[in-house]
Structures are given as C-alpha cells and as structure tokens.
Design a protein around this ligand. Structure first.
Ligand code: GDP
Ligand code: GDP
Length: 437
C-alpha cells in the first residue's frame, strides 16, 4: 500500500504550495483529460520508484471548539491518525507562533512519525534563523522552499525512508487470476447494501481470510469460476456476515482501497447526481490508472426527469470516464446487478491485456498511414514502432523522432485506434512517447 503523508500547519505557511510540489502530475496525458478535477487536498506523487499519497489538511486549529474550525480540526485529526508520516510545516520567515506550539503539542501527544519543515527558507542562513524551531521539541528542522522547489527531494526521501518500501512494490504483486475489486463511493450511496446483496447470493462463496484484523476488510470470493478479492472498502465495517456503513467516512481509506485494487466500481447516487466528491474520487482512480466501472444506484427511487439529469451530469462532469461501462442499478431491489459483474470482469481483462510489439507496431504504422501527425515548426514527428510498457493500466510506448511535437489530439486519435483494436473498454490507456536522439 502506498504510504500516506499528511501536511499539517497553520494557514499561510505554504502547505498548498508544498502540496502542489509533491503532487506534480507524473503523467501529462492524464493531466490533460477534459473535465478532470483534482481535489485540492488529496493527491498522489512519485519520487524515483516510490509512490505516495499526500493529504493537505487545510488550516489547523487544534483548540477550535465550534463551527467550521471544529469540523476542520476533526478532519485533520482523522487524516493525521491515518497517515504514515506527518509533515508539520512552519513559516521559516515569520518565526514561531502560539499556534505552532499548540500544533506541536498535539503532534507530540499523538506520537506519529513527524517531520518538522521550515518553509520559505530560500536564501536563508539555516543555522541561525531556524534554531528557534527546535523549541517545538520535534527534533531536526528541515529547511525548504516550496515555492522555489528547494529541499523537496530530501524531504520526500526522509519521509519515505523509515517505511522501508520494497524496491518495486507495484510489479511484484500483479496476480492476474484474482480480480481485486474496490467498491468506492460517498457515504450513503449504497455500498454496504450492494455488497451485502452480492455476498448474500448463494453463488458467491465468501470466506474469512486468516490474519485480517478486525478493521481490515478483505473478502475473497468466487463467482462463476472467477476469483475476486473485495479490498478494504472505506466507510464499511463487517459485523458478522454483513457489512454496515460506519459514520466516519475515511478519505484515506478510500484512496488506499483504490490504490490496492485492480478494478474500481464507482457507485453514484441517482438521487444526488454527480457531486464534487464523486468527481474527485473518479479523478483519483483515473490518475491511479485503475480499471473502472460506473454504477448509478437507487435507480428505482427516481423519476424519468431525474434520470435524465443524472445522465447529463455524468456526461458533463465525468467526461474523462467515457472508457468505463455504466450501469443503472438498484442494490436494494436487486435490479441490474448481473451486467455489473460482466463489466468488472471485462474491465479487468482490458487492464491486463497483453499487446505484442509486432501487432502494436503494425497498428501504429497503419494509423500513421491513415492520418499522419502534424508538423511542429520545422519538424515532422516520425513514429517508428511501439511496445507495451505496462499493465493495469496498459501503457503503450511509442518510439521515433521529434515526438515532442505530437499533439494531444493526435495522441487521442492513436488511443482510439489502439482501444478499438484491442477492445480495451473499462481501463484507462496511457500512451508515452520516447524520442530517440
Ligand atoms: P497554506 O495556507 O499553508 O496552504 O499556504 P499557501 O501555500 O497558500 O502559501 C501562503 C503564501 O506563502 C502564498 O503567498 C505563497 O506564495 C507563499 N509561499 C509558499 N511557499 C513559499 C516559499 O517557499 N517561499 C516564499 N517566499 N513564499 C512562499
Ligand atoms: P453506504 O454508506 O454507501 O454503505 O450506503 P448504504 O448501503 O448504507 O445505503 C444508504 C441508504 O440508501 C440506506 O438507507 C439504503 O437502504 C439506501 N439504498 C441503498 N441502495 C438503494 C437502492 O438501490 N434504492 C433505494 N431506493 N435505496 C437504496
């Protein structure tokens, strides 16, 4: 599982600037999808081979007793509790404030691994100006400049170091025979109802996996000869044989469930349409490269007018999910559930698709012959051959010359051709260009 770093600190110290640095898009192709909205507070990043999740907790007032501040404090505390490492950001220029002391006191009490970071330290003489921060009793102070990108690499190294990550966590785990499925969605969309309906069907054989803790939910089961594993699904608790929704919705758990799944079933609520939170979860899953299936639940509870509204809101708010199959279901009335399974299996098959170099290259050259890429200034991109660079999501690496001039729309054109040829519905597809020099 990817480690979670939580950014904590009073307002204006530079947390969002640091967040942006840490989550700089690692994939320009994904970043350009129309309509993709990133959550300002939850993102992912990568340094070298190590990937991580970052949470920006917003301004934190540990002693807030009411209103929005209390709610923020609650959310921050939850994020801190669920994070692997806390990055406590202070303002290296403004110096210590009473609020910093309060936050430090709270963090010392929690006893989580914690890094103290003095931001805005560009051009400062570290030793002298930062000595006061040692007062916080959190050990070493790391001087960085989020705005200028100084000290960020060292910060990430330090944050990830104690977690002893395996060199290549992703690839070692791919077992194509079991579909790891995450059912994601906001509180109340019907996740537990759906899972209980499924697991209640006699065809599904659920069994306990030894060694799982009370809180961790991971249910292996089989359906029509296909093995599945339902990965820890946020916002649910197991009570005996059934699942029930828990009050405290955990964004961290949602993100981690998405990360550890091959296929994400994103549940929407027909009564609500697409909300910001739905769009953020969908965006996160897309950036993670997960295969996806959309299901709009509570279809029984809405009239034709609302149905049309929902369909339109999906088109306008989630256009980047056009590759995913969509279903309209009622978990409660057990309507429309069979086709969802088929789409999950199909999405997984697409995500694990194997594409040979000769076939990819032939498709590439045919596409170029059908429509050649535009000239970029003096250069006309020359696309020579293609090979597969990864699975879940499939990555197609194209080699040639002057490929930096290939336009986004041409990449989309190629994507469409590859998708069609390999029947890749249900999975994102990444196309990378490698110019030889
Ligand atoms: P947040 O409220 O903690 O999320 O802080 P922001 O990221 O919004 O930053 C607050 C202000 O500090 C903004 O005006 C930033 O441009 C500025 N800032 C952020 N990082 C740095 C830095 O490394 N150096 C300097 N000089 N200013 C910074
Ligand atoms: P969770 O928080 O995502 O696990 O959501 P729950 O499964 O607890 O469902 C929230 C509420 O929605 C409950 O009152 C369910 O009875 C109701 N619900 C779930 N599925 C359906 C459905 O298909 N149709 C209708 N009308 N209500 C549903």
């Amino acid at each position: 599982m990817k480690p979670v770093l939580a950014l904590v600190g009073r307002p204006n110290v530079g947390k969002s600037t640091l967040f942006n640095r840490l989550t700089k898009s690692r994939d320009a192709i994904v970043a350009d999808y129309a309509g993709l909205t990133r959550d300002r507070h939850y993102g992912q990043g990568k340094q070298g081979k190590h990937e991580y999740i970052v949470i920006d907790t917003g301004g934190f007032e540990p002693d807030a007793s009411s209103g929005i501040y209390k709610e923020m404090a609650k959310q921050t505390q939850q994020a801190v509790a669920e994070a692997d490492v806390v990055i406590f950001v202070v303002d290296g220029r403004a110096g210590l404030s009473a609020q910093d002391h309060d936050i430090a006191k709270y963090l010392r009490k929690i006893g989580k691994p914690c890094l103290l970071v003095a931001n805005k330290a560009e051009g400062m003489r570290e030793g002298i100006q930062l000595s006061e921060f040692y007062e916080l009793g959190l050990g070493e102070v790391l001087a960085i400049s989020a705005a200028h990108g100084q000290g960020i690499r060292g910060l990430v190294d330090l944050a990830l170091e104690p977690l002893h990550l395996p060199e290549d966590p992703e690839e070692s785990e791919v077992d194509a025979s079991v579909i790891k499925l995450a059912v994601a969605g906001r509180p109340n969309v019907g996740k537990s109802t759906l899972i209980n309906t499924w697991l209640g069907e006699e065809r599904l054989v659920a069994f306990d996996m030894p060694g799982t803790t009370r809180d961790a939910i991971s249910v292996p089961f089989e359906r029509q000869g296909q093995k599945f594993e339902l990965v820890d699904t946020a916002g649910l608790r197991r009570k005996g044989k059934v699942f029930e929704a828990i009050e405290k919705f955990s964004v961290v758990k949602t993100l981690q469930a998405i990360e550890s799944a091959n296929v994400v079933l994103l549940l929407l609520d027909a009564e609500q349409g697409v909300t910001d939170q739905d769009a953020h979860i969908a965006g996160f899953a897309l950036e993670s490269g997960r295969a996806m299936v959309l299901a709009v639940n509570k279809w029984d509870a809405v009239d034709d007018y609302q149905r049309q509204l929902v369909q339109r809101s999906i088109e306008t708010r989630l256009p980047f999910l056009s590759f995913a199959n969509m279903h309209f279901i009622s978990a409660k009335k057990r309507q429309g559930l069979g086709p969802v399974w088929n789409s999950i299996v199909k999405a997984h098959k697409s995500a694990m698709c194997k594409m040979s170099t000769p076939i990819l290259t032939r498709l590439l050259l045919e596409a170029v012959q059908f429509q050649s890429p535009q000239r970029g200034g003096m250069f006309r991109p020359k696309l020579r051959y293609a090979h597969q660079g990864g699975m879940n999501p499939p990555v197609i690496v194209i080699h040639g010359n002057s490929l930096e001039h290939v336009t986004e729309s041409y990449k989309r054109f190629l994507e469409g051709r590859f998708r069609k040829a390999f029947d890749l519905s249900g999975t994102p597809l990444r196309i990378e260009m490698k110019t030889s020099t």
